[in-house]
Write a protein that binds this ligand. Structure first.
Ligand SMILES: [Zn+2]
Length: 187
């Protein structure tokens, strides 16, 4: 099977959780799906893989993660989180899980980076009647959330400016577009 055949509960539990930690870990769980026939088997195999990963030595870690070698303690915490997520998914009967082709929105291109004050100045020019103080508060709040690892519901990275103006989301979920290189986000 392919990871996009997983229920969205299983996809979030494993793939999104791994992606929050490190993309190379996502690849490990992604490849695993191809050797499984169904979700039940995949969840089982994922647990088996976690058991092996927990005992892995440093040199094998560097084979998986190349030069983005993680701190082992965070690696173990992430594996524990995925394991806990899997138990939660297994409590939901398969028929009650939600199946739909599901891809997180990872925007392409890079935002133009801007400081909060420079952005507010620009914003005030085109929106002279808007309450800048409230917007500034909201930007600071979303910047904190992003730094704390909060993601868009789709698993994509938060767009601080867009979230502050129109509610929590990534660039693609807020605008419907994928290339963010003509837009700004906070430094
Ligand atoms: Zn999104």
């Amino acid at each position: 099977m392919d990871t996009d055949e997983l229920s969205s509960e299983a996809y979030h539990a494993i793939i999104i959780e791994a992606e929050k930690f490190n993309h190379d870990l996502t690849l490990q769980f992604g490849v695993l799906a191809s050797s499984c026939d169904n979700e039940k088997e995949y969840l089982h195999q994922a647990k088996e893989m976690i058991k092996k990963l927990e005992k892995i030595d440093e040199s094998s870690l560097s084979i998986i993660f190349f030069d983005t070698f993680p701190e082992k303690i965070y690696f173990l915490i992430c594996l524990q989180k995925i394991l806990a997520n899997i138990s939660e998914v297994e409590k939901i009967p398969e028929a009650k899980r939600y199946y739909e082709f599901f891809t997180p929105n990872f925007a392409t291109g890079k935002f133009n980076k801007i400081s909060i004050d420079n952005f507010l100045e620009k914003y005030k020019l085109s929106n002279p009647k808007e309450d800048i103080t409230k917007l500034k508060k909201s930007i600071i709040e979303f910047r904190k959330l992003k730094a704390a690892g909060v993601k868009c519901n789709c698993g994509g990275s938060l767009w601080i400016i867009g979230s502050a103006i129109s509610g929590k989301g990534c660039f693609t979920c807020i605008t419907g577009e994928s290339d963010c290189s003509n837009d700004y986000d906070i430094k």
